[in-house]
Design a binder for this molecule. Sequence first.
Ligand code: GDP
Length: 365
Amino acid sequence: MAVFCTGCGVKLQSENPGQPGYVPVSALEREQVICQRCFRIKHYNDLTPVPMDNDEFIHILHRIGEARALVVKIVDLFDFNGSWLPGLMRFVNFNPVVLVVNKTDLFPRVNWVRIEQWVRRQAKEGGLKPVDVVFCSAEKGTGIQALMKSIEQHRQGGDVYVVGATNVGKSTLINQILKQAGAEKAPVLTTSRFPGTTLDMIKIPLDDGQALYDTPGVINDHQMAHYVASEDLKVILPNKPLKPKVYQLNPRQTLFFGGLARLDFASGERQSFVCYMSNELPVHRTKLEKADELYSKHLGGMLSPPGNESLKEWGPLDQHTFSLKDELCDIVFSGLGWVAVKGTGARLTAYAPKGAGVYVRPSMI
Ligand code: GDP
Protein backbone atom coordinates (compact mmCIF):
# COMPACT_ATOMS: atom_id res chain seq x y z
CA MET A 1 0.00 0.00 0.00
CA ALA A 2 1.30 3.44 -0.87
CA VAL A 3 2.21 5.67 2.06
CA PHE A 4 2.25 9.46 1.78
CA CYS A 5 4.33 12.07 3.55
CA THR A 6 2.20 13.87 6.14
CA GLY A 7 4.34 16.98 5.69
CA CYS A 8 4.06 17.60 1.96
CA GLY A 9 1.78 14.89 0.57
CA VAL A 10 4.32 13.24 -1.72
CA LYS A 11 4.21 9.45 -2.18
CA LEU A 12 6.93 7.91 -0.05
CA GLN A 13 9.59 5.62 -1.47
CA SER A 14 12.81 4.11 -0.14
CA GLU A 15 14.58 3.25 -3.37
CA ASN A 16 15.95 6.48 -4.76
CA PRO A 17 17.36 9.18 -2.44
CA GLY A 18 17.54 11.71 -5.31
CA GLN A 19 13.82 11.56 -6.08
CA PRO A 20 10.83 13.12 -4.27
CA GLY A 21 9.40 11.20 -1.34
CA TYR A 22 12.56 9.42 -0.28
CA VAL A 23 12.61 8.11 3.26
CA PRO A 24 14.97 5.53 4.77
CA VAL A 25 13.28 2.14 5.34
CA SER A 26 13.84 2.43 9.09
CA ALA A 27 11.69 5.59 9.28
CA LEU A 28 8.72 3.96 7.57
CA GLU A 29 7.72 2.21 10.74
CA ARG A 30 6.78 5.45 12.52
CA GLU A 31 3.16 6.41 12.87
CA GLN A 32 3.33 9.67 10.94
CA VAL A 33 6.08 9.46 8.39
CA ILE A 34 7.58 12.49 6.73
CA CYS A 35 9.93 12.33 3.76
CA GLN A 36 13.59 13.11 4.16
CA ARG A 37 13.14 16.47 2.44
CA CYS A 38 10.49 17.57 4.97
CA PHE A 39 12.65 16.21 7.75
CA ARG A 40 15.56 18.38 6.66
CA ILE A 41 13.39 21.48 6.24
CA LYS A 42 11.92 20.97 9.67
CA HIS A 43 15.02 20.18 11.63
CA TYR A 44 17.82 21.90 9.72
CA ASN A 45 15.96 24.59 7.78
CA ASP A 46 17.63 23.12 4.74
CA LEU A 47 15.87 22.67 1.42
CA THR A 48 16.74 19.73 -0.80
CA PRO A 49 15.83 20.71 -4.33
CA VAL A 50 13.41 18.28 -5.91
CA PRO A 51 12.66 18.01 -9.61
CA MET A 52 9.20 19.55 -9.98
CA ASP A 53 6.97 19.80 -12.94
CA ASN A 54 4.40 22.58 -13.27
CA ASP A 55 2.33 20.45 -15.67
CA GLU A 56 1.83 17.95 -12.92
CA PHE A 57 0.59 20.72 -10.62
CA ILE A 58 -1.83 21.92 -13.26
CA HIS A 59 -3.14 18.40 -13.63
CA ILE A 60 -3.84 18.31 -9.90
CA LEU A 61 -5.59 21.68 -10.05
CA HIS A 62 -7.88 20.46 -12.84
CA ARG A 63 -9.51 18.17 -10.35
CA ILE A 64 -10.89 21.23 -8.56
CA GLY A 65 -12.88 22.41 -11.57
CA GLU A 66 -14.38 18.97 -11.96
CA ALA A 67 -15.56 18.85 -8.35
CA ARG A 68 -18.36 20.85 -6.75
CA ALA A 69 -16.50 22.37 -3.89
CA LEU A 70 -15.61 25.53 -2.06
CA VAL A 71 -12.30 27.03 -3.11
CA VAL A 72 -10.31 28.84 -0.46
CA LYS A 73 -7.83 31.04 -2.29
CA ILE A 74 -4.99 32.46 -0.22
CA VAL A 75 -3.01 35.53 -1.15
CA ASP A 76 -0.06 37.05 0.62
CA LEU A 77 -0.79 40.69 1.45
CA PHE A 78 2.93 41.48 1.28
CA ASP A 79 3.07 40.13 -2.29
CA PHE A 80 -0.53 40.61 -3.36
CA ASN A 81 0.07 40.89 -7.09
CA GLY A 82 2.80 38.27 -7.19
CA SER A 83 0.69 35.74 -5.30
CA TRP A 84 -2.57 36.44 -7.10
CA LEU A 85 -2.26 33.69 -9.77
CA PRO A 86 -4.46 35.11 -12.52
CA GLY A 87 -4.61 31.72 -14.28
CA LEU A 88 -6.24 30.10 -11.28
CA MET A 89 -9.75 31.17 -12.25
CA ARG A 90 -9.69 28.68 -15.12
CA PHE A 91 -9.45 25.86 -12.60
CA VAL A 92 -12.08 27.19 -10.24
CA ASN A 93 -14.85 26.85 -12.81
CA PHE A 94 -18.10 28.06 -11.19
CA ASN A 95 -17.19 27.05 -7.65
CA PRO A 96 -17.54 29.71 -4.93
CA VAL A 97 -14.32 31.28 -3.67
CA VAL A 98 -13.45 32.55 -0.20
CA LEU A 99 -10.49 34.91 -0.52
CA VAL A 100 -8.04 34.70 2.37
CA VAL A 101 -5.63 37.58 2.76
CA ASN A 102 -2.72 36.29 4.82
CA LYS A 103 0.24 37.80 6.71
CA THR A 104 -1.69 40.72 8.22
CA ASP A 105 0.79 40.68 11.13
CA LEU A 106 3.28 42.38 8.81
CA PHE A 107 1.04 45.45 8.71
CA PRO A 108 0.80 47.18 12.09
CA ARG A 109 -1.15 50.42 12.10
CA VAL A 110 -3.19 50.47 8.93
CA ASN A 111 -6.76 51.21 8.02
CA TRP A 112 -8.18 47.74 7.46
CA VAL A 113 -11.48 49.01 6.10
CA ARG A 114 -9.58 50.84 3.37
CA ILE A 115 -7.39 47.81 2.68
CA GLU A 116 -10.42 45.57 2.38
CA GLN A 117 -11.95 47.94 -0.17
CA TRP A 118 -8.66 47.92 -2.02
CA VAL A 119 -8.51 44.10 -1.97
CA ARG A 120 -12.07 43.83 -3.30
CA ARG A 121 -11.31 46.29 -6.11
CA GLN A 122 -8.14 44.41 -7.04
CA ALA A 123 -10.01 41.09 -6.94
CA LYS A 124 -12.72 42.46 -9.22
CA GLU A 125 -10.09 43.65 -11.67
CA GLY A 126 -8.58 40.19 -11.52
CA GLY A 127 -11.94 38.68 -12.51
CA LEU A 128 -12.81 37.31 -9.07
CA LYS A 129 -15.95 37.98 -7.05
CA PRO A 130 -15.29 36.17 -3.79
CA VAL A 131 -18.24 35.14 -1.61
CA ASP A 132 -16.19 36.41 1.33
CA VAL A 133 -12.87 38.14 2.08
CA VAL A 134 -11.15 37.10 5.32
CA PHE A 135 -8.01 38.71 6.72
CA CYS A 136 -5.75 36.56 8.82
CA SER A 137 -2.30 35.86 10.11
CA ALA A 138 -1.61 32.15 9.88
CA GLU A 139 1.58 32.72 11.82
CA LYS A 140 -0.07 34.48 14.78
CA GLY A 141 -3.31 32.51 14.54
CA THR A 142 -5.54 35.57 14.13
CA GLY A 143 -8.61 35.56 11.90
CA ILE A 144 -8.69 31.76 11.84
CA GLN A 145 -11.98 31.44 13.70
CA ALA A 146 -13.65 33.86 11.27
CA LEU A 147 -12.21 31.87 8.39
CA MET A 148 -13.46 28.57 9.77
CA LYS A 149 -16.91 30.06 10.17
CA SER A 150 -16.87 31.36 6.63
CA ILE A 151 -15.72 27.99 5.27
CA GLU A 152 -18.51 26.19 7.13
CA GLN A 153 -21.07 28.66 5.88
CA HIS A 154 -20.04 28.48 2.24
CA ARG A 155 -19.03 24.89 1.71
CA GLN A 156 -22.61 23.69 2.23
CA GLY A 157 -21.52 20.25 3.25
CA GLY A 158 -19.04 19.88 0.39
CA ASP A 159 -15.28 19.51 0.03
CA VAL A 160 -12.85 22.39 0.40
CA TYR A 161 -9.81 23.01 -1.78
CA VAL A 162 -7.15 25.36 -0.48
CA VAL A 163 -5.14 26.95 -3.27
CA GLY A 164 -2.46 29.59 -3.51
CA ALA A 165 0.94 30.45 -4.88
CA THR A 166 3.97 28.99 -3.19
CA ASN A 167 4.96 30.81 -0.02
CA VAL A 168 1.61 32.47 0.70
CA GLY A 169 1.49 30.54 4.00
CA LYS A 170 -0.91 27.81 2.96
CA SER A 171 0.62 25.05 5.08
CA THR A 172 0.92 27.34 8.10
CA LEU A 173 -2.74 28.29 7.69
CA ILE A 174 -3.98 24.71 7.42
CA ASN A 175 -1.94 23.75 10.47
CA GLN A 176 -3.60 26.63 12.35
CA ILE A 177 -7.05 25.53 11.23
CA LEU A 178 -6.34 22.00 12.42
CA LYS A 179 -4.98 23.27 15.70
CA GLN A 180 -7.82 25.67 16.38
CA ALA A 181 -10.39 23.08 15.29
CA GLY A 182 -8.89 20.84 17.93
CA ALA A 183 -8.14 18.08 15.46
CA GLU A 184 -6.43 15.31 17.33
CA LYS A 185 -3.45 13.67 15.74
CA ALA A 186 -3.65 16.15 12.89
CA PRO A 187 -0.80 15.77 10.44
CA VAL A 188 1.58 18.69 10.70
CA LEU A 189 2.29 20.07 7.26
CA THR A 190 5.82 21.15 6.50
CA THR A 191 6.11 24.90 6.45
CA SER A 192 9.15 26.82 5.38
CA ARG A 193 10.18 30.00 3.71
CA PHE A 194 11.21 28.05 0.62
CA PRO A 195 8.80 28.20 -2.28
CA GLY A 196 7.26 24.90 -3.36
CA THR A 197 7.40 22.96 -0.12
CA THR A 198 4.12 21.06 -0.55
CA LEU A 199 4.43 18.55 -3.37
CA ASP A 200 1.09 16.82 -3.87
CA MET A 201 -2.53 17.19 -2.77
CA ILE A 202 -2.99 16.48 0.94
CA LYS A 203 -6.39 15.22 2.04
CA ILE A 204 -7.57 16.17 5.52
CA PRO A 205 -10.84 14.52 6.54
CA LEU A 206 -13.62 16.78 7.86
CA ASP A 207 -16.20 15.68 10.44
CA ASP A 208 -19.02 15.01 7.99
CA GLY A 209 -17.13 12.68 5.66
CA GLN A 210 -16.05 15.50 3.30
CA ALA A 211 -12.43 16.58 3.04
CA LEU A 212 -10.20 19.60 3.02
CA TYR A 213 -7.56 19.37 0.29
CA ASP A 214 -4.27 21.19 0.50
CA THR A 215 -3.07 21.59 -3.07
CA PRO A 216 0.55 22.12 -4.06
CA GLY A 217 1.51 25.77 -4.27
CA VAL A 218 1.50 27.04 -7.79
CA ILE A 219 4.95 28.29 -8.57
CA ASN A 220 4.89 31.83 -9.73
CA ASP A 221 8.08 32.66 -11.58
CA HIS A 222 7.58 36.39 -11.09
CA GLN A 223 8.35 36.29 -7.37
CA MET A 224 11.71 37.61 -6.30
CA ALA A 225 12.12 34.50 -4.15
CA HIS A 226 12.94 32.56 -7.32
CA TYR A 227 15.91 34.74 -8.16
CA VAL A 228 17.86 34.58 -4.93
CA ALA A 229 19.49 31.85 -2.89
CA SER A 230 17.97 30.75 0.40
CA GLU A 231 20.45 32.81 2.47
CA ASP A 232 19.04 35.96 0.87
CA LEU A 233 15.42 34.90 1.37
CA LYS A 234 15.97 35.39 5.09
CA VAL A 235 16.72 39.03 4.42
CA ILE A 236 14.04 39.86 1.87
CA LEU A 237 11.05 38.03 3.35
CA PRO A 238 9.91 40.07 6.34
CA ASN A 239 9.02 38.37 9.60
CA LYS A 240 8.34 41.51 11.63
CA PRO A 241 5.88 44.35 11.10
CA LEU A 242 7.08 46.56 8.27
CA LYS A 243 8.56 49.89 9.23
CA PRO A 244 8.18 51.98 6.11
CA LYS A 245 11.27 53.98 5.16
CA VAL A 246 10.56 57.45 3.82
CA TYR A 247 12.86 59.28 1.39
CA GLN A 248 12.33 62.81 0.12
CA LEU A 249 13.76 62.61 -3.38
CA ASN A 250 14.68 65.23 -5.90
CA PRO A 251 14.43 64.32 -9.54
CA ARG A 252 17.50 62.47 -10.84
CA GLN A 253 18.00 60.54 -7.65
CA THR A 254 18.01 56.76 -7.29
CA LEU A 255 17.16 54.25 -4.60
CA PHE A 256 18.84 50.85 -4.42
CA PHE A 257 17.19 47.98 -2.56
CA GLY A 258 20.25 45.97 -1.69
CA GLY A 259 21.47 45.17 -5.19
CA LEU A 260 18.28 43.30 -6.04
CA ALA A 261 16.28 46.20 -7.39
CA ARG A 262 16.58 49.90 -8.10
CA LEU A 263 14.23 52.83 -8.64
CA ASP A 264 15.28 55.91 -10.61
CA PHE A 265 13.32 59.12 -10.20
CA ALA A 266 13.96 60.42 -13.72
CA SER A 267 11.77 63.53 -13.58
CA GLY A 268 8.91 65.14 -11.66
CA GLU A 269 8.38 67.30 -8.59
CA ARG A 270 10.35 66.64 -5.41
CA GLN A 271 8.31 64.19 -3.37
CA SER A 272 8.37 61.42 -0.83
CA PHE A 273 9.03 57.79 -1.69
CA VAL A 274 7.73 55.44 1.00
CA CYS A 275 9.39 52.02 0.90
CA TYR A 276 7.50 49.02 2.30
CA MET A 277 10.09 46.28 2.40
CA SER A 278 11.71 43.92 4.86
CA ASN A 279 13.31 45.95 7.67
CA GLU A 280 16.52 43.99 7.08
CA LEU A 281 16.86 45.05 3.46
CA PRO A 282 19.30 47.98 3.18
CA VAL A 283 18.15 50.91 1.05
CA HIS A 284 20.74 53.26 -0.48
CA ARG A 285 20.10 56.63 -1.99
CA THR A 286 22.38 58.07 -4.65
CA LYS A 287 22.48 60.44 -7.62
CA LEU A 288 21.17 58.98 -10.84
CA GLU A 289 24.37 59.74 -12.75
CA LYS A 290 26.39 57.77 -10.20
CA ALA A 291 24.02 54.81 -9.95
CA ASP A 292 25.47 52.58 -12.70
CA GLU A 293 29.01 52.94 -11.38
CA LEU A 294 27.90 52.30 -7.80
CA TYR A 295 26.12 49.16 -8.90
CA SER A 296 29.04 47.71 -10.83
CA LYS A 297 31.48 48.52 -7.99
CA HIS A 298 29.43 47.50 -4.97
CA LEU A 299 27.07 44.73 -6.07
CA GLY A 300 27.29 41.95 -3.49
CA GLY A 301 29.14 44.23 -1.07
CA MET A 302 27.47 47.42 0.08
CA LEU A 303 24.63 46.55 -2.30
CA SER A 304 23.63 43.17 -0.98
CA PRO A 305 21.72 40.90 -1.08
CA PRO A 306 22.46 39.29 -3.53
CA GLY A 307 25.02 37.38 -1.51
CA ASN A 308 27.70 35.07 -2.88
CA GLU A 309 25.36 32.20 -3.64
CA SER A 310 22.88 34.32 -5.61
CA LEU A 311 25.69 36.13 -7.44
CA LYS A 312 26.79 32.91 -9.12
CA GLU A 313 23.84 33.25 -11.46
CA TRP A 314 23.28 36.98 -11.43
CA GLY A 315 22.58 38.80 -14.70
CA PRO A 316 21.98 42.46 -15.54
CA LEU A 317 18.72 43.94 -14.18
CA ASP A 318 15.81 44.59 -16.53
CA GLN A 319 14.36 48.10 -16.87
CA HIS A 320 10.70 49.08 -16.62
CA THR A 321 9.73 52.70 -17.28
CA PHE A 322 6.59 54.31 -15.86
CA SER A 323 4.92 57.70 -16.28
CA LEU A 324 2.62 58.28 -13.34
CA LYS A 325 -0.64 60.17 -13.31
CA ASP A 326 -1.89 62.42 -10.57
CA GLU A 327 -2.71 59.79 -7.94
CA LEU A 328 -1.04 57.77 -5.21
CA CYS A 329 0.42 54.56 -6.55
CA ASP A 330 2.72 51.74 -5.58
CA ILE A 331 5.65 50.55 -7.65
CA VAL A 332 5.69 46.86 -6.78
CA PHE A 333 8.70 44.56 -6.91
CA SER A 334 7.01 41.18 -6.60
CA GLY A 335 8.04 39.49 -3.37
CA LEU A 336 10.40 42.28 -2.36
CA GLY A 337 7.82 44.93 -1.45
CA TRP A 338 6.76 48.26 -2.94
CA VAL A 339 7.38 51.98 -2.99
CA ALA A 340 4.44 54.36 -2.63
CA VAL A 341 4.74 57.56 -4.68
CA LYS A 342 2.33 60.39 -5.23
CA GLY A 343 2.51 60.37 -8.99
CA THR A 344 1.98 63.94 -10.22
CA GLY A 345 3.61 63.42 -13.58
CA ALA A 346 6.66 61.59 -12.24
CA ARG A 347 8.72 59.48 -14.61
CA LEU A 348 10.37 56.50 -12.99
CA THR A 349 12.52 53.60 -14.08
CA ALA A 350 12.39 50.44 -12.00
CA TYR A 351 15.07 47.75 -12.25
CA ALA A 352 14.70 44.12 -11.18
CA PRO A 353 16.11 40.72 -12.19
CA LYS A 354 14.95 39.59 -15.62
CA GLY A 355 11.60 37.83 -15.22
CA ALA A 356 10.83 39.25 -11.76
CA GLY A 357 7.46 41.02 -11.66
CA VAL A 358 7.40 44.82 -11.54
CA TYR A 359 3.98 46.48 -11.48
CA VAL A 360 2.22 49.77 -10.81
CA ARG A 361 -1.02 49.67 -8.85
CA PRO A 362 -3.23 52.11 -6.94
CA SER A 363 -1.75 52.60 -3.47
CA MET A 364 -2.69 49.95 -0.93
CA ILE A 365 -1.96 51.87 2.28
P1 GDP B 1 3.16 27.59 1.57
O1 GDP B 1 4.28 27.41 0.58
O2 GDP B 1 2.08 28.47 1.01
O3 GDP B 1 2.63 26.33 2.17
O4 GDP B 1 3.76 28.48 2.75
P2 GDP B 1 4.28 28.12 4.22
O5 GDP B 1 3.13 27.83 5.12
O6 GDP B 1 5.38 27.12 4.12
O7 GDP B 1 4.85 29.56 4.63
C1 GDP B 1 5.80 30.24 3.84
C2 GDP B 1 6.54 31.26 4.68
O8 GDP B 1 5.66 32.31 5.07
C3 GDP B 1 7.13 30.70 5.97
O9 GDP B 1 8.37 31.32 6.20
C4 GDP B 1 6.11 31.08 7.02
O10 GDP B 1 6.67 31.22 8.30
C5 GDP B 1 5.65 32.44 6.49
N1 GDP B 1 4.28 32.73 6.91
C6 GDP B 1 3.18 31.95 6.78
N2 GDP B 1 2.10 32.55 7.30
C7 GDP B 1 2.52 33.75 7.77
C8 GDP B 1 1.87 34.85 8.41
O11 GDP B 1 0.66 34.89 8.70
N3 GDP B 1 2.67 35.93 8.72
C9 GDP B 1 4.00 35.96 8.45
N4 GDP B 1 4.68 37.04 8.81
N5 GDP B 1 4.63 34.95 7.85
C10 GDP B 1 3.91 33.86 7.50
